[in-house]
Design a protein around this ligand. Structure first.
Ligand SMILES: NC(=O)c1ccc[n+]([C@@H]2O[C@H](COP(=O)([O-])OP(=O)(O)OC[C@H]3O[C@@H](n4cnc5c(N)ncnc54)[C@H](O)[C@@H]3O)[C@@H](O)[C@H]2O)c1
Length: 315
């Protein structure tokens, strides 16, 4: 029975992942590069757990228990007795490989190592590993402590046992895991999302509409159905495959398939645009506007989560 989880990296995602495990009563050993990172992460993890209690998802008992179940380390040796490991460090192949080199020296051969990479193929991460079968992809979504999303990726060498263990752990966390059976770049959700981002930027670049207009259009349509249906259920509800096939024949040949970065995006990269982090993105933000948008998105996430939990309860 898996009780002790190792988490490498307490950035944006690592903190939410840690909160998920602590909320379910797991012991968590978190590895960061230094004590300052632990000091920064600790109160944020506490605040996420309070939010889970305030939103009625977790019992208030957890607020007394979590600190006793949480261990902070800055040396990989501290993860030696963990039974399941999640890596969530920078999206950089060399950084992840160094973490795996270190883990392989201390973590028993059969312990699953899951990577939260967004786009690096798991089969690439498995290359030159001592036991590639234990490596799986475990792709979380922000805010990790609140969403039901978990995309699990089967690398070319991933063993059935490693995948089964990862599914089991995901379910114990109260997530709704999906398995991506082929290790394609971007997995399921990011492939679909990036096709949409590219077309949205193409519409701006070709003068069809501006950023704000496109955001409003999507918010009022796709925003309504995407939380309840996937694309296939939506097609069934609104005319069915035969109708959509006709529209597809007309529209698909006109969609962009350009592999170069769209110009509006390149322009923003030159301005060092980091969105609400530095107030420069497709829109400009004052600190107050950044806070309002973050808060609005968070409230929406919880509303959708509660709705999903009531309409599609997890088994
Ligand atoms: N941001 C998202 O929405 C999102 C969603 C899904 C998956 N991811 C993936 O999750 C991973 C982490 O992303 P993030 O957004 O949390 O990034 P982040 O920059 O917020 O956090 C990365 C953390 O890793 C730490 N780190 C780097 N090297 C380390 C090492 N050797 N040992 C311990 N800690 C180390 C850094 O100090 C930092 O705190 C990436 O692979 C990313 O692609 C991100």
């Amino acid at each position: 029975m898996i009780r002790r989880i190792g988490i490498v990296g307490l950035g944006l995602l690592g903190r939410g992942i840690t909160a998920c495990f602590l909320e379910k009563g797991f012991e968590v050993v978190a590895l960061t590069r230094n004590h300052e990172e632990h000091e920064f992460a600790f109160p944020i993890i506490g605040a996420m757990l309070s939010e889970l209690v305030d939103r009625g998802v977790a019992s208030s008992k957890i607020l007394k228990l979590w600190k006793g179940n949480f261990k902070q380390v800055t040396d990989t040796n501290g993860l030696a007795d963990c039974q399941f490991i999640i890596e969530s460090v920078f999206e950089d192949l060399a950084t992840k490989q160094k973490v795996f080199d270190d883990l392989e020296k201390v973590v028993p051969h059969d312990v699953v190592i899951a990577s939260n990479t967004s786009a690096i193929p798991i089969s690439v991460l498995q290359q030159s590993r001592k036991n590639p079968g234990r490596f799986v992809g475990m792709h979380w979504a922000e805010p990790a402590h609140a969403t039901r999303f978990l995309e699990l990726i089967q690398g070319e060498a991933t063993s059935k046992q490693a995948m089964d263990t990862t599914i089991e752990v995901s379910k114990l966390l109260g997530k709704d895991p999906v398995v991506c059976m082929k290790d394609v770049p971007g997995f399921i959700v990011n492939r679909i999302a990036y096709a949409m981002y590219r077309e949205a930027l193409h519409l701006v670049e070709t003068g069809v509409a501006d950023f704000e207009t496109i955001d409003r259009s999507l918010r009022n349509t796709l925003g309504l159905w995407a939380a309840s249906c996937g694309p296939f259920r939506w097609i069934d509800l609104t005319g069915g495959p035969s109708l959509y096939a006709k529209a597809m024949q007309r529209i698909v040949p006109t969609l962009t398939n350009d592999s170069a970065l769209p110009l509006p995006l390149e322009d923003l990269v030159k301005k060092d645009a980091h969105g609400i982090k530095n107030g420069v993105g497709f829109y400009n933000y004052t600190p107050e506007e950044s806070r309002i948008w973050e808060d609005r998105q968070r409230r929406h996430t919880w509303a959708v989560k509660h709705w999903l939990d009531s309409e599609f309860p997890l088994k």
